[in-house]
Design a protein around this ligand. Structure first.
Ligand code: ADP
Ligand code: ADP
Length: 236
């Protein structure tokens, strides 16, 4: 069934003379456990779609549903990662990864109720899965860009999100590191199966990771192509 639905959504920023029509009438259905990539030129409305789905902005017209309810009506566990890893510099890598568990219900209450060791194991298992086993006690400044982005993927997934939002997560990395992280992200998706929305400029990345690619164009911002990716084909 659909986990994310946009029903004839339009979105304009501002009003009057400064109004920007960011999205023309847009329909999108993302199945539960799907990995959808949004690709298209700068300014076509990719981030706008992510902001609508997380409820950061409201549709000008139309409706956004997440988990069968209008967005915001019910809490949904969301994980996010951006181009900039945004780890907190005064926390170790492990503590950064554990952060959502201290904040997000229902984990927050359990965290207070002394299940910290269990949560620590959970963070460590993820760090091991992405090849950061020996780095849990380091601080962010001690790691490379690629390692920081792996840690931020762990942080985005540690609370078992139903929805994973990735906005150009590998945009700042060199091609080699980027492709290394594709394999890691794919492994994380296959083992946990969150519904994923990935924004990227990189068509190769979209084709590698997603099982569906939506191509957008700007002015007006709209989805002009929506195609499944054959998951069985060999990958390079
Ligand atoms: P993308 O993520 O594809 O680069 P965005 O969704 O960020 O595109 O932006 C879509 C359009 O809306 C662009 O023309 C952008 O300039 C405009 N826009 C984005 N955010 C705002 C805002 N807060 N106020 C006004 N215009 C905005
Ligand atoms: P990435 O591919 O994640 O960007 P690098 O290419 O910077 O990583 O580093 C390659 C390898 O060097 C890493 O996988 C890691 O084993 C090691 N390394 C990088 N930075 C450090 C560090 N600060 N301390 C110890 N080992 C490191």
């Amino acid at each position: 069934e659909a986990f994310v639905e946009l029903h004839d959504v339009t979105l304009s920023y501002g009003r009057g003379a400064s109004r920007v029509d960011a999205l023309a009438t847009t329909a999108l259905r993302v199945g539960s456990g799907d990995f959808v990539a949004l690709v298209g030129p700068s300014g076509c409305g990719k981030s706008t779609i992510l902001k609508l789905v997380t409820g950061l902005i409201r549709a000008s017209t139309g409706y956004v549903y997440v988990a069968g309810r209008e967005v915001g009506a019910e809490p949904v566990r969301v994980g996010m990662a951006f181009q900039n890893p945004t780890l907190l510099p005064w926390l170790t890598i492990r503590d950064n990864v554990m952060l959502p568990l201290k904040i997000v219900p229902p984990f927050r209450a359990e965290y207070r109720a002394k299940r910290k060791t269990e949560f620590r194991d959970r963070a460590d298992a993820l760090l091991e899965q992405v090849g950061l086993k020996g780095f849990a006690d380091r601080f962010p400044w001690q790691l490379s860009g690629g390692m920081l982005q792996r840690a931020s993927l762990c942080r985005a997934l540690v609370h078992d999100p139903q929805l994973l939002m990735l906005d150009e997560p590998f945009g700042a990395l060199d091609q080699f590191t980027r492709e290394e992280l594709w394999a890691i992200l794919q492994d994380l998706w296959l083992t946990r199966k969150p519904t994923v929305l990935l924004v990227t400029h990189d068509l190769k990345e979209a084709g590698y990771l997603a099982n569906r690619v939506c191509v957008m164009r700007a002015r007006p911002g709209e989805i002009i192509e929506d195609c499944p990716v054959d998951f069985a084909r060999p990958r390079t």
